[in-house]
Design a protein around this ligand. Structure first.
Ligand code: DX5
Ligand code: ZN
Length: 219
């Protein structure tokens, strides 16, 4: 089954409630991108926006941390309403922190724990954590901005990761994020992706509900 997670980064912030209600009606998760201007060269939004969305959301909140020292903010995002939290392996490594420890603290808060990597990080670097995660986030663009072009090498990366997950008899879904649209969703699903983040292809579409349905496909 495919889960579609519209990325609120591309929503209409002047009419956020309208977009939140649309996502409630048509999608499976809310994807909330948190950027700190340090791990990525962009700033997005923080707790007040997440809390406001949580008040109206009837679907789980999937918080994607693109920040240094993610461990400092996990508890606050959990309190703000996060049901899924992912952080970047690169961020934890640069900070000198043990990713496994951060995964444990996310789970201890009753939140699903995910590990994310940018397109230049070999997927094999995720292998030591496969038993410890609830999901994995494979970036199909470099983290930092919505509206970028999908990187086709992502298919092979997902295939490799999925094969290793299956070889170990595990069941952790792969989330794909960046440049996802109705044109590449089927191939991504065939490669092994189960969670589909989509920003521009949903919110810039003439009919966002139809775009979500097309990304979800019929399986
Ligand atoms: C990029 C973010 C993505 C982004 C996706 O750093 O992690 O979630 O909002 O936007 P699109 O679908 O427009 O590439
Ligand atoms: Zn994201």
């Amino acid at each position: 089954m495919r889960l579609v997670a519209p990325s609120i980064l591309s929503a209409d912030f002047l009419h956020l409630e309208k977009d939140v209600l649309m996502v409630n009606r048509h999608a499976d998760l809310f994807h909330l991108d948190i950027m700190d201007g340090t791990f990525v060269p962009n700033l997005s939004f923080g707790f007040p926006v997440v809390e406001a969305i949580a008040k109206k959301a009837t679907l789980p909140l999937d918080v994607h941390l693109m920040i240094v020292h993610p461990e400092k903010y996990i508890e606050r995002f959990a309190k703000a309403g996060a049901n899924y939290i992912s952080f970047h392996l690169e961020a934890a490594q640069d900070d000198g922190n043990d990713p496994a420890e951060i995964l444990r603290s996310i789970k201890a808060l009753g939140v699903k724990a995910g590990l994310a990597i940018d397109p230049d990080v070999p997927v094999e670097e995720l292998f030591p954590y496969l038993e410890k995660v609830d999901f994995l986030l494979i970036m199909s663009v470099f983290a930092g901005f919505g509206g970028q072009k999908f990187i086709p090498e992502t298919y092979g990366r997902i295939l490799t990761l999925k094969a290793e997950i299956q070889r170990r008899g595990l069941h952790c879904p792969i989330e794909v994020d960046g440049g996802v649209d109705p044109g590449n969703a089927d191939a991504l699903a065939q490669a092994g992706a189960e969670m589909f983040v989509a920003g521009s292809s949903v919110f810039k579409a003439e009919d966002p509900a139809a775009a979500i349905a097309a990304i979800r496909g019929c399986n």
